[in-house]
Design a protein. Structure first.
Length: 150
């Protein structure tokens, strides 16, 4: 299977997993909220592996987009935004997913290709780590301003 097919499968599988989780959460509300950290960490660390190999920066943006997409999906469809307690639990589980996913992205940022020289690998590690940090700060800011009600 070629790289492009693997990438499309990874994107489709990640979106399908999030959609199915939130459909299940619509009928059993605690499910999608409480499975958020595990599900998103598995998608971002495992399923999206082919995406890291082709375009690291675009994959990081896509991953943080998945985090926000899942949060919106939970609030709109899975029924977790009816009271302050529900919003609090969504915030707690989103924070867990955010932390686990960011750790996974930092791990991928520190493991660039072996075909490079040592200096090029160090430079790429710094660039990738800085990009993850910047996108994490922007995503966290967007979440706090738009979704958390803080």
């Amino acid at each position: 299977m070629n790289q492009l097919a693997k990438e499309w499968i990874a994107v489709a599988l990640g979106l399908v997993c999030i959609t199915l989780s939130n459909i299940q959460g619509h009928y059993h509300p605690p499910f999608s909220i409480s499975s958020t950290p595990i599900l998103l960490a598995l998608i971002i660390a495992g399923i999206n592996y082919p995406l890291y190999q082709s375009n690291f920066n675009l994959t990081i943006i896509y991953n943080y987009g998945l985090l926000l997409f899942n949060d919106i999906f939970i609030r709109v469809y899975a029924g977790g935004d009816h009271d302050d307690e529900g919003r609090g639990w969504i915030f707690v589980f989103f924070s867990g997913a955010f932390i686990l996913s960011t750790i996974a992205m930092f791990i991928y940022a520190s493991v660039p290709g072996k075909e490079m020289g040592a200096e090029d690998r160090k430079k790429l590690r710094r660039q990738n780590s800085l990009f993850v940090l910047i996108v994490a700060v922007v995503t966290g800011s967007i979440y706090c301003i738009c979704f958390s009600g803080i």
